[in-house]
Every structure is written in C-alpha cells, then in structure tokens.
Design a protein around this ligand. Structure first.
Ligand SMILES: [Zn+2]
Length: 364
C-alpha cells in the first residue's frame, strides 16, 4: 500500500533559525496483512478520531479541536468532499512509528484510506494530506505539488528562510530535505496565486484521470517548464508570508479598545490551556487573531510573555512577498513594533512545551 510519509527534525531552537535539519521521505509499504492493532481511541467527533498509543503522552488541551478545525478549513477552502469519512489520526510512540510508516519517518498518511500516523502529537501537514486523500475525486499529485499543498496549507512553524526555488528540478525531485519542503510550499503558493485556487483544484481533479503534465498544460495554459521559469523569477519571501494561516485567521478577531485604541491580547501559554496547541515536535503554540482599523503605532506597548517565548506577527491577507511578517524579538529593532496598517493579523506565541508557562499580555 503506498503511503505518503515524511520525517522532520525537531526545531532545536526556534529563535536560531538554524535548526531544521531533516524530514520527509516518500515511501511504499507492502504486506499490510500483519499490521498491529490500531491504538485506542482517545477523542472522537463527527470529523476526527484521535488514537493515542501511550495514554501518558503530553498533548496540549486545545490540540484535538485545532486538528479538527484545520481539517474542516482545508476541506472548505479547497472545496473537497469526504465529510462522511472520519479522519483517523493516530499518535504513536517514536519507537513504534516504523510499524506504520517507513522506519525513517516520524509521520505518514496512508493512501488510501487517509489514516495518519505521527510520532509528534500535532502535525497539520499530515492532516492536510489526509483530507485530500479522503476526497473521492482527487489522487496524490507528483511529489513536489503533493508536498507543496501539505506545506502550504499545513505546516505551521518554519524558522528557516525559503531557499532558492530552482523550480524546474524541484518538479522532478523526490521531496526529502527541509529545504525541499520549503521550496515546494513556495512553488505551490506561486502556482495558486498565478492561476487561482479554483483552477488549481480543477487541475487537481483532472490529474486524477489524466497524466499530470497534460492536465497541468490543459488547465493552466502553460507547461510545467514554462511555469518553472516564471516561478524562479518570483520574488522571495519568508515562509510565514507564503504559508496560508487558515486556522489562525479563522476565529473572531480581537478589536481595538474603542476608548483607548489599544489592542489587548491576553491568555495563558500553559499546555493545559484550552487555546494552546502542541506539541509539534517539542513546541507548543497559541495564537490570537486581531484587527487593525486604522494605521496603528504602539508607543508604550507592553509584551509580557513567559521566558523563552517567541512572539511573531503575521498578516492574514496578501501573499508573497506582501504579507506582513514581524518577529518581535528578532526584528530589526528589538522590543519595537512597527506601525501596522489596517487589516487582520495574528500574533503567534511559541515556546517549549511546559505546563507552568503561565499567563501572557500583549498591549499594542
Ligand atoms: Zn508530506
């Protein structure tokens, strides 16, 4: 049974931007008749069934709802069907992932039936593969575009810069390294922006019944080589500017205080808080969606976050390279917020998993 699988290294230090090292390998699995029993069900809804092999695994309080919402959002945005099929998502121990995926993977999605197996509890990348696999009239695309879709709509944390695209060769490659994954995400973002998501999904469906290169040329009116040349001329940007923040920008935004004009974002970054998601590798995250109504500067702003927390601001609109992105502690002037123009934004707080991380307040 073929699977989509991949492995990814943990991010040793989100703030260094240097630590991404491994991931990802497509693999095939044969002889499934001796597969062990699936892990016990730990959480279930109409959309998602979560299985957890070790009941003592630390999984932050908001994780299952986030996975469920992400699956629904990807289905909605890509206009996919398969809602009658529950996404089966198994969190397994690192030393038993090889029973389900290739021995070098830390996660994989079986195709079919779209079951996810992951050694890190929250992996929206695999959820994105699975939702596409559960859709009845699409099939897996070639590696660069299949992984590109999973990265573009799934991967939530990237601290590396996007490497040079080299699109023509990327479209022929097996996707294995972090750099390749980053390149596939940007490549797919450029393709979707260039032709529109409706045409992309028309291509996706046609490629299920027609050789992919032919479907590509028929729908997009250009060959893959022609597209690759145009993509290589595209302006570069940070992964946070091309990755689609579906989940983060979905809930109701916090509005400025009408009396003071301030934007006040509060919460708790402890793993036990219902809005905290993770671990994704060793990291947990919470986000807050907020709206800027008029050009907004933040003199006297306040950032009170648990020690070791990364504070990032990401715009909800526009694409590469226009989408807003700012890293508070790594920006050009530490401890300063640039003026924000009207629009919707997300603040993302990330830190190593801990139950005692405590409360936060951001006042812009
Ligand atoms: Zn993948």
């Amino acid at each position: 049974m073929p699977i989509v699988g991949h492995r990814r290294a943990s991010h040793d230090d989100l703030r260094t931007r240097l630590s991404l090292t491994l991931w990802a390998i497509a693999a095939t699995l044969t002889g499934c008749s001796d597969e062990p029993a699936l892990p016990p069900v730990a959480w279930e809804s109409d959309v998602l069934r979560v299985r957890v092999e070790d009941p003592t695994t630390v999984i932050c309080e908001g994780s299952f709802e986030a996975i469920e919402r992400h699956a629904t959002l990807v289905r909605d945005v890509l206009a996919l069907d398969g809602r009658d099929r529950i996404l089966d998502y198994s969190v397994v121990e690192p030393d038993s992932i090889g029973q389900w995926c290739s021995s070098t993977s830390t996660a994989c999605t079986h195709s079919p039936p779209g079951q996810v197996f992951t050694a890190t509890p929250v992996l929206l990348h695999e959820v994105t593969h699975a939702v596409r696999i559960l859709n009845p009239d699409t099939r897996l695309l070639s590696p660069a575009l299949e992984e590109g879709m999973a990265v573009l709509y799934g991967d939530e944390v990237f601290r590396a810069q996007t490497p040079p695209l080299m699109a023509e060769s990327l479209l022929q490659e097996q996707i294995v390294t972090v750099d390749q994954y980053l390149r596939t995400g940007l490549l797919t973002n450029i393709l979707v922006q260039r032709h529109g998501l409706d045409d992309f999904m028309r291509f996706d469906r046609l490629a299920a019944t027609t050789p992919e290169d032919e479907a590509f040329a028929e729908v997009f009116g250009e060959t893959k080589d022609q597209f690759a040349q145009a993509a290589d001329d595209h302006e570069a940007c940070a992964p946070q500017q091309w990755r689609e923040p579906l989940l983060e920008c979905d809930d109701a935004p916090v509005m400025p205080d009408p009396a003071t004009g301030r934007i006040v974002l509060t919460g708790n970054l402890s793993c036990g808080d219902p809005q905290v998601v993770g671990p994704t590798f060793s990291w947990m995250t919470t986000t807050r969606h907020f709206r800027v109504l008029e050009s907004h500067s933040s003199p006297g702003h306040r950032v009170d976050v648990p020690r070791g927390t990364t504070v990032e601001l990401v715009g909800c609109q526009a694409g590469c390279p226009e989408r807003y992105y700012y890293d508070y502690f790594a920006g050009p002037v530490r401890g300063y917020f640039p003026t924000l123009e009207p629009g919707d934004y997300v603040v993302r707080l990330t830190r190593p998993v801990a139950d005692d991380a405590g409360p936060f307040t951001l006042e812009l």
